[in-house]
Design a protein around this ligand. Sequence first.
Ligand SMILES: *[C@@H]1O[C@H](CO)[C@@H](O)[C@H](O)[C@H]1NC(C)=O
Ligand SMILES: *[C@@H]1O[C@H](CO)[C@@H](O)[C@H](O)[C@H]1NC(C)=O
Ligand SMILES: *[C@@H]1O[C@H](CO)[C@@H](O)[C@H](O)[C@H]1NC(C)=O
Ligand SMILES: *[C@@H]1O[C@H](CO)[C@@H](O)[C@H](O)[C@H]1NC(C)=O
Ligand SMILES: *[C@@H]1O[C@H](CO)[C@@H](O)[C@H](O)[C@H]1NC(C)=O
Ligand SMILES: *[C@@H]1O[C@H](CO)[C@@H](O)[C@H](O)[C@H]1NC(C)=O
Ligand SMILES: *[C@@H]1O[C@H](CO)[C@@H](O)[C@H](O)[C@H]1NC(C)=O
Ligand SMILES: *[C@@H]1O[C@H](CO)[C@@H](O)[C@H](O)[C@H]1NC(C)=O
Ligand SMILES: *[C@@H]1O[C@H](CO)[C@@H](O)[C@H](O)[C@H]1NC(C)=O
Ligand SMILES: *[C@@H]1O[C@H](CO)[C@@H](O)[C@H](O)[C@H]1NC(C)=O
Ligand SMILES: *[C@@H]1O[C@H](CO)[C@@H](O)[C@H](O)[C@H]1NC(C)=O
Ligand SMILES: *[C@@H]1O[C@H](CO)[C@@H](O)[C@H](O)[C@H]1NC(C)=O
Length: 735
Amino acid sequence: MGKLRLASSCLLSCLFLLFLSSVSATTDDLQDKQVYIVYMGSLPSRADYTPMSNHISILQEITGESSIEGRLVRSYKRSFNGFAARLTESERERVAEMEGVVSVFPNKNFQLQTTTSWNFMGLKEGKRTKRNPTVESDIIIGVIDSGITPESQSFSDTGFGPPPKTWKGVCSGGQNFTCNNKLIGARDYTSEGTRDTQGHGTHTASTAAGNAVADTSFFGIGNGTVRGGVPASRIAAYKVCTESGCTSDALLSAFDDAVADGVDLITISIGGKTAQMFQHDPIAIGAFHAMAKGILTVVSAGNSGPIDSSVSAVAPWVLTVAASTTNRGFFTKVVLGNNKTLVGKSVNAFDLKGKMYPLVYGKSAASSVCDAETAGLCEPECLDKSRVKGKILVCGSPKILKIANSTGAIAIIFQNPKPDVAFIHPAPASGLSEKDFESLVSYIESADSPQAAVLKTESIFNQTSPVIGSFSSRGPNTIAVDILKPDVTAPGVEILAAYSPLGSPSVNDPRHVNYSVLSGTSMSCPHAAGVAAYVKTFYPKWSPSMIQSAIMTTAWPVNATGTGIASTEFAYGSGHVDPIAALNPGLVYELNKTDHIAFLCGMNFTSSSLQVISGEKVTCSNANKILPRNLNYPSMSAQLSPTNSSSFTVTFNRTVTNVGTPNSTYKSKVVEGHGTKLSVNVTPSVLSFETVNEKKSFTVTVTASELDLNLPSSVNLIWSDGTHNVRSPIVVWPK
Ligand SMILES: *[C@@H]1O[C@H](CO)[C@@H](O)[C@H](O)[C@H]1NC(C)=O
Ligand SMILES: *[C@@H]1O[C@H](CO)[C@@H](O)[C@H](O)[C@H]1NC(C)=O
Ligand SMILES: *[C@@H]1O[C@H](CO)[C@@H](O)[C@H](O)[C@H]1NC(C)=O
Ligand SMILES: *[C@@H]1O[C@H](CO)[C@@H](O)[C@H](O)[C@H]1NC(C)=O
Ligand SMILES: *[C@@H]1O[C@H](CO)[C@@H](O)[C@H](O)[C@H]1NC(C)=O
Ligand SMILES: *[C@@H]1O[C@H](CO)[C@@H](O)[C@H](O)[C@H]1NC(C)=O
Ligand SMILES: *[C@@H]1O[C@H](CO)[C@@H](O)[C@H](O)[C@H]1NC(C)=O
Ligand SMILES: *[C@@H]1O[C@H](CO)[C@@H](O)[C@H](O)[C@H]1NC(C)=O
Ligand SMILES: *[C@@H]1O[C@H](CO)[C@@H](O)[C@H](O)[C@H]1NC(C)=O
Ligand SMILES: *[C@@H]1O[C@H](CO)[C@@H](O)[C@H](O)[C@H]1NC(C)=O
Ligand SMILES: *[C@@H]1O[C@H](CO)[C@@H](O)[C@H](O)[C@H]1NC(C)=O
Ligand SMILES: *[C@@H]1O[C@H](CO)[C@@H](O)[C@H](O)[C@H]1NC(C)=O
């Protein structure tokens, strides 16, 4: 059966609209049947084609009934071809196999609510987002992670047709593991089976491509519809991680298989603490092969921030993703006996009904073996349980949380080393900033009988977003110093997504959940992968570099907040991903394997290292070598040595490809960044394209009389034709 391409501009949006307006079965004899939308792509242009009679004859054939009264709910024949009908499960299966049928969707009631991260990025639910459902359901996302939970509703295949024809993989998830038409592939490199026992892989996969699942929450917190960026796409899970980590061997095998299996995109929320030379980095090597086969790899930046040089995914052939907040934040109030309220961070689903309990600071509950200072941090062996029991324990660190309940405390209030992120804890808890913690301690020390209530977590709409997570790894790139990393930021703070009921939502937590809240670049990575897949559904032929460029040059500028490098491109690269804008970049910076090899030659890699990375024997010569900063990357960066940091001139050569409209003229504009004021000269300053796919080259010369020695300095180059703004940050920094 040849899949029909959707020619009309009525996309999945039409289907969502119809879901909302369709009726559901009411009579008894229809109870075993559900309303499905049988989607048949664009309308045939043949004059003799009458959709309605075609739909009726399909239904007659499927049901074996000549009268299909009560079966056909609606015939769609205006903007696309298809119908809604009441079908049994086996009828649904049969109709999905029929000639001309693209896919069969269940008639679900989608509610206009969301767990926010995709909405925040502008990818609204339902009809408000342009979609290309035919291609979207042909896209396969390879998730290299800790496995997956096949039974999760986020991966249910209700309404999915058979796997795309391009799929060459297998379902070999081990015992008690079944794939379906949503989760089409599974491989295991851990000998545990592909089932996710931790939750991480289930979470990332559902963020990239999970179904829309209504009424999800973590015990009521963050309630709404959870969904991935491309809910109609397929997932293949490659399990490389166990509780004890992820081996290079497993990682390389997973890449090898994923590429051969025919995935369209790889998302990998795995990394080391620091960057490694490419020839020692299995993710860089695996991703190089994927790139050579036309597959983009999206990688998490790492969670070792905010210290500089902590970004671990640094190769220019991967999209490296930092993590930031959305406009939904979780907080947990602490109400003190003096009626003062402190706003702490945590995801606290335990409801203590607002009841006040006596407060005890760890310092005043020291056991005989510890000094008060250590007890103040609540080192486990330092507490005298009899003084803690039945009270709210106050701790200078979160260490005790892991064994919170064994202390006998009702709740824990702690000083939060990451005060910008709410985590789940196994007991009622709230984490305070240093300032609020000090005010709590002074209340305890001054009040006669200090007491407090720890409330249930609330959500707020926070307009001060996005803000980069403190944990998100920062540049500069320690391996390829002239390649700016991370590339972009995406939501990675307090993300609700599917989870494994076999895992715990926090350490020593006896609860089991299907949906949980996690934070990290592990969460932002599949968001960016979902965006990349979304772009690919509109441009299936685009190379990895074109998709990467579209995402980078259309990213929202992120406002500088915080201090030091946290407020610079070393935190967020080109900015925050914008899926809608990425569909229409105007110009792209293209790169292929040859360009990357020229870059590696320019970095002076030896032939043997080059062979490890590229899998080929390559001899570098002046002819196939470029200055690393002249790699045709969508951002521009240069490390300057101290000798020329006082007064310098640095040039970048770039070539853009017109993917917008023919006969367009782009003018260069320079928009201020931060740090030292940089002068920029762009030659030529105007680029005219007659045709689509035409390429034009230009040179950027950046000069300044002196350079800030502590921070990177930046400006933005924008190519604008009045419609598209193709933005590249230019970042220079002293060694
Ligand atoms: C979790 O998911 C499983 C499998 O989909 C389901 O059987 C179970 O009822 C769910 N649990 C909750 C609390 O929703
Ligand atoms: C298969 O896995 C499910 C989900 O974890 C579990 O509930 C069930 O007991 C397992 N069955 C067997 C035979 O292991
Ligand atoms: C979440 O639950 C609260 C309390 O029941 C309700 O007020 C709110 O509307 C719900 N939000 C969504 C998005 O469903
Ligand atoms: C706290 O507020 C309650 C009611 O709002 C009031 O009855 C009580 O006196 C207040 N306590 C203090 C210490 O201000
Ligand atoms: C810890 O305490 C909470 C509430 O006090 C309880 O619901 C939870 O089950 C306890 N956890 C453990 C590990 O016992
Ligand atoms: C909103 O977000 C900003 C930036 O992360 C943070 O400083 C502020 O405390 C948040 N506001 C609330 C009410 O949580
Ligand atoms: C950045 O800050 C400026 C000035 O404070 C404000 O006008 C603009 O909306 C902010 N932009 C973003 C993306 O938050
Ligand atoms: C790669 O791109 C360069 C232009 O940068 C082009 O000259 C070359 O032919 C391309 N190589 C391949 C294998 O497509
Ligand atoms: C590569 O080697 C050349 C010649 O020794 C040197 O000038 C250049 O700085 C080196 N490049 C890098 C990136 O190390
Ligand atoms: C810095 O100065 C050195 C020697 O003076 C020169 O070779 C190099 O190209 C300069 N680098 C930049 C980026 O201007
Ligand atoms: C960069 O472009 C300029 C101007 O076209 C050219 O003279 C120079 O050779 C180019 N440099 C490289 C390394 O390609
Ligand atoms: C572009 O401009 C050329 C020359 O003016 C013209 O011949 C051509 O038809 C134009 N192409 C389009 C698609 O408008």
